[in-house]
Design a protein around this ligand. Sequence first.
Ligand SMILES: [Zn+2]
Length: 265
Amino acid sequence: MIKLFLLLSTILFSKNAISDDFPAIFGCFCEGGLLTGKIKNNQEIKINEKKLTVYENGIFVFAFGRKFDDYVTVSINGKTKKFKVKNKKYKIERINGLPNKKVQPSEKDLIQIRNDQKKIKLSKKIGEKKKLFGSKFILPVKGRLSGFFGSQRILNSKPRSPHNGIDIAQKEGAEILAPASGRVKLVENNMFFTGNTLIMDHGLGLISIFAHMKKINVKNGQYVDLGKKIGEVGMTGRATGPHLHWGVYLLEKPVDPLSLVQSDF
Ligand SMILES: [Zn+2]
């Protein structure tokens, strides 16, 4: 009995001691989710044993990516807490019997595709080291969600890269608003897949990519506030109807834009 009491009090005491030193962590503990928070000057933070970059004022960010384990451990100065990570079911669509011409782009197209990919990859590198995004994200366009984060198509047994973003169907010319504050990092017209493409840097390695736009109303390097018009919905590039594709990345890791809209930071 005494032993049990001692054991219980140790557990309770250590739990309290840990939470006292633990900062508030904002965001979604889920696949596709993003976390942020603040630690003190002299502290360091590790997620699953990996040290995170800590920015000005002790701010850290972390993205789970499309797939993650059921649990994650967060350690701050050696004190560790384990959190449950919500797993997601992604839609997998298998389409077979397509003519190979439709699945395999031509040599000429491949040159453009590689060129486009290079530019997009460059834009995913860290730019602004200040947190430009605020506590809320908004949907850039109000409309019907026609595509979700993480879904994947397998064409003639060849898996395509997963859909790293959401699609919002809306009529051509509808306003697109900045989902969070940031600086324009890339304005590029007529990309092979993404058509007229805009990339915004929200700081700390977090970027938004907007694809298939009809018009882009902002210029490279321009600072844009949350909710300001950045362009119009279109169907440029590979699109079967007018819609906005909104993708978010933390460096190379894809983030589910819906999880941002549903979280407070
Ligand atoms: Zn899309």
